[in-house]
Ligand binder design. Sequence first.
Ligand code: GUN
Ligand code: FE
Length: 448
Amino acid sequence: SCNESVIGITSVFKGAFVHSTHTSPMDILENFILGVSEAGKIVFIEGAYEQENLAKRWGFRNTDITHLKDWEFFIPGMVDTHIHASQYSYMGTGLDMPLLQWLNTYTFPAELKYKKTEFAEEVYNKVVKRTLKNGTTTACYFATIHTDSTLLLGEIADKIGQRALVGKVCMDINNTVEEYKETTEESVEETKRFISTLLQRKYPQVKPIITPRFVLSCSDKLLKDLGFIAKNNDLHIQSHISENTEEVQIVKEMFPDCTSYTDVYNKYNLLTNKTVMAHGCHLTDKELDIFNQRGAAISHCPNSNLSLCSGLLDVRNVLKHKVKIGLGTDVSGGYSPSMLDAIRRALDTSKALTIQTSGYETLTYKEVFRLATLGGSQALALEDTIGNFEVGKDFDAVLVSPSIPDGPFDVFAGDTFEVVVEKFLNLGDDRNMVEVYVAGKKVVPFKE
Ligand code: GUN
Ligand code: FE
């Protein structure tokens, strides 16, 4: 029809596509053909036997088709639902103490350095590139309290081509590192300046997110004002919740009138269908019910939960409560920037729970793959735009090449596609991720 022919197809890929849907944690679509529009959206995805019909209907030639090589496949770009861009500078170090000591000893002194935008520029370029080449097409970032550095993170994500939610961190109490603190007024005013400046720049794939650090760092007034700003501007919200038992205990003492940690955020309008809360290891069933009612999501950060000895999140129970959930690296509480690592640590965590609990239903690698892709898109309220290869969504994708020379694993003649995907998820790394696309644009290998 007329309507269809005005949409220009810019690329057509033929080969295998691996993704998740609501009904299946992993579908392997072998010998399929997928078309991407100029606007970067998936226009069709069908069996290759439809090639002739599709070519006529959409006006492309056989020579326009990019053929995937043997064993190659596309997966949806992975969604890191929780990562501290600023903590990338000390990633892989300082994992020898529990959360609250860790924050004061390593984190706050490190984050203080981002007062200097030159330092921020160096680290933020590196973290965006590192995560993007590891297949993270969407990242939900904490920066620091510094507005100009945080704006720079948004600019860098846009320039390099990563989809991102970017948060200026808000904290006005309980900080033992004296210099790394804002007044309540500063925090609120700078948040407003951050939001309006970032929105003015109209980056197509970079959006602001309201970011109270966590209850222990924020006064009542700050929480209240941030909830209000988020509500009035329909903004995303991120924070931390119920990560560590000591933290949960202190929150209880700070808010004797609130029935739970969740109740505190809920009271300040910070639990919405655009909220993602990191960790949630120690949430009760009642709290999960509130998450479900509000449509708020959890970011499961298994590497961090193990590295800081915070706890083991029972993902099966979260799923039973129908709470949206994705995976996060939580760099640098988590020591790896890779979502493949998050997948593996999520499986390890589920297996540790299986050891502890007789009859526990261990997560499958396919379910965890879904958490890293479709689950993450749901957790960030971006499911209409990303998460899998459905028509109408943006083409955010990673081209995986399993049998590269000197790669991290081997493929043998008798292997099925399913086996090769499983090997990649357990053993693969960025060497296998030969191309990365965001909204139809090739962003890895990098432009410069
Ligand atoms: N809780 C408050 N701040 C942080 C942080 O930076 N990392 C982690 N893992 N938990 C937090
Ligand atoms: Fe975190």
